[in-house]
Design a protein around this ligand. Structure first.
Ligand SMILES: NCc1[nH]cc(CCC(=O)O)c1CC(=O)O
Length: 319
């Protein structure tokens, strides 16, 4: 693609991000794509690291600290105040509504949305011996594992990728799960990993997708982001995030969802809701036109809500 014309900025465009290795890799990918699209030098961008509540509190389960805004609140505040111009996010960590004045509608091409089973000893959940310990900090993965294998013991496993791998080495658990997308973006292909089929573990809504947020009245940012936007990722996320929004997904409710395109104008969407202890799960699918993705997501959510019953979503997970 030929570089676009855009007036040179008087100041570097500031890209806000969390400081984890994965967040930095995502911010760098965004900068590289923008620099390529507009034939700008790297100095035209500045990557600004912002510490969030979720980064600061590392010794408590996420579900005790708060909901989905945990990794984004401080970053969004910095954008509202003009400290940064763009914010790069893992879409699966993003609430379905953005603060007033901000808009999140640019996506980079999506990475592999699947979860990876990580274990130096085993290749799949099914191979784990009775009663084995599984480490995860994800409510969804915990519920999905316990639904499939109620005999397994799940322990809390927080920290970045490197910390979790150290815990595996130390024998704290026999296996863990990480998003394939994160492993690929960090080029950690040498890890003992097996991608898990979505039939066996449906990924989190928007897993593997990077979104870029901006101020709604920042025309320059909008023009730049339009050049790196991936429409197919947007179509898939429209269906998945409409499903999530209609469920009013909170941190307390394990929800999974994945949309795929058939390349011929069609979209397939699967969604799942679970009790945190895995004792109950409801899942179903829809197939339809890409343009109807959001409506399909809402319809699927309504159906699963009906089947799950009214008390299902008030359940507060224990242990
Ligand atoms: N909740 C943390 C988080 N947010 C995004 C990713 C991975 C990358 C992605 O899904 O885009 C991860 C880590 C993980 O689940 O292994």
């Amino acid at each position: 693609m030929a570089p676009r014309d855009l007036p040179a900025p008087d100041a570097p465009l500031k890209i806000g991000t969390r400081g984890s290795p994965l967040a930095l890799a995502q911010a760098n990918e965004t900068r590289d794509r923008l620099a390529d699209a507009f034939d700008l030098p790297h100095e035209a961008f500045e990557i600004v690291v912002i510490k969030t509540t979720g980064d600061r509190i590392i010794d408590r389960p996420l579900k005790e600290i708060g909901g989905k805004g945990l990794f984004t609140r401080e970053i969004e505040a910095a954008m509202v105040s003009g400290e940064i111009d763009l914010a790069v996010h893992s879409m699966k960590d993003m609430p379905t509504l953005q603060p007033e004045g901000l808009i999140l509608d640019t996506y980079l091409p999506r990475e592999d949305p699947r979860d990876a089973f990580i274990s130096p000893e085993f290749a799949a959940i099914a191979d784990l011996p009775e009663g084995a310990v599984v480490g995860t900090s994800s409510l969804r993965r915990r519920a999905q594992v316990q639904h499939r294998r109620p005999d397994l013991q799940v322990v809390e496993f927080r920290g970045n990728v490197q910390t979790r791998l150290k815990k595996l080495e130390d024998g704290v658990a026999r296996c863990t799960f990480l998003a394939c997308a994160g492993l690929n973006r960090l080029q950690m292909s040498d890890l003992p990993q097996t991608p898990v089929a979505p039939e066996d573990m449906l990924p989190a809504v928007a897993q593997g997708a990077i979104g870029i947020e901006r101020r709604i009245d920042d025309d320059r940012a909008a023009e730049m982001l339009a050049a790196i936007h991936d429409a197919e990722t947007a179509d898939r996320l429209a269906a998945e995030r409409a499903f999530l929004a209609a469920l009013d997904g909170s941190c307390e409710t394990p929800i999974a969802g994945l949309a795929l395109l058939d390349g011929d104008g069609g979209l397939w969407l699967r969604g799942e809701v679970l009790r945190p202890d895995g004792s109950e799960a409801h899942a179903d699918e829809r197939r339809g036109a890409v343009a109807d993705g959001a409506a399909m997501g809402r319809d699927l959510a309504r159906d699963l809500l009906d089947r799950a019953g009214t008390d299902f979503f008030d359940w507060i997970g224990v242990a």
